[in-house]
Write a protein of this length. Sequence first.
Length: 276
Amino acid sequence: MRKSLLRNRCDCPLAERASLILEGKPLMRLMGIAALVACVLCTGAADAALVRIENLILTADGGFTPRLLPRRAFAPIEFEGHANLKAVDGGIPPAVQRIVLDFDRDGRLSVSGLPTCDPAVLDGTSPAEARARCREAVVGSGRVEALIDMGDGAPVKVGSPLTIFNGPRLEGHMTAVLHARTVVPSVQTFVLVVPIERRGGDFRYRATIDVPPIAGGRGSLSHIDGTIGRRYRFRGSRRSYVSARCSDGVLRTHGHLTFADTTIIDGTIEKACTAR
């Protein structure tokens, strides 16, 4: 069946704008939520993007520091982002199966001389053990949480520290390795290799995260946050894993989320920068 498509753009202040494309539900249902989306898209903490599709509510935001950046040269930054998913009825939201993130052409990744982490050495490790084994390859950290259906009563929330490592190249592409571990209802270690593809156009990089089943399919991701940034030295020069410039006054991050129930949420968050 061909999926219907609805576009909504909210006229937020230029400094903090967000646009969303909602896809994967019948057109009449989407028409019913169009007004709600338009009203809430620019609300929430720090103008985070917020959308409700039937029983699903997503809030997402991101940013970077510093915001004062060169117009042409690249300068080190730290990038952070977060997303929350919840079910309106208090149950478990639809499971996210894939997250695709595109990063602005004015951003740049540098991995020359930066140690890599072999994902195989992280199998079965706790967060502390993983960081100890690949300490020199850490490029970011955060937290992930999920809700799990235990069969009776309210869903159980589980969480884990998230560690992001610089990974080995895969088919010519840079990679990041994500590590997390849950212990309810049993121990489950997540080691995800995320390819980072270099692209042309408005977005320089694309990172694709395939989210594995949680607790045998009984769980669903409810929260993820992360801060990415690493300063290091290589051949006597200072380098930064993440750098950026401010050529047009804004840095953009585009996200595309695919859910198990065929819902698709697609949108862009824009954050202002100041050129120096």
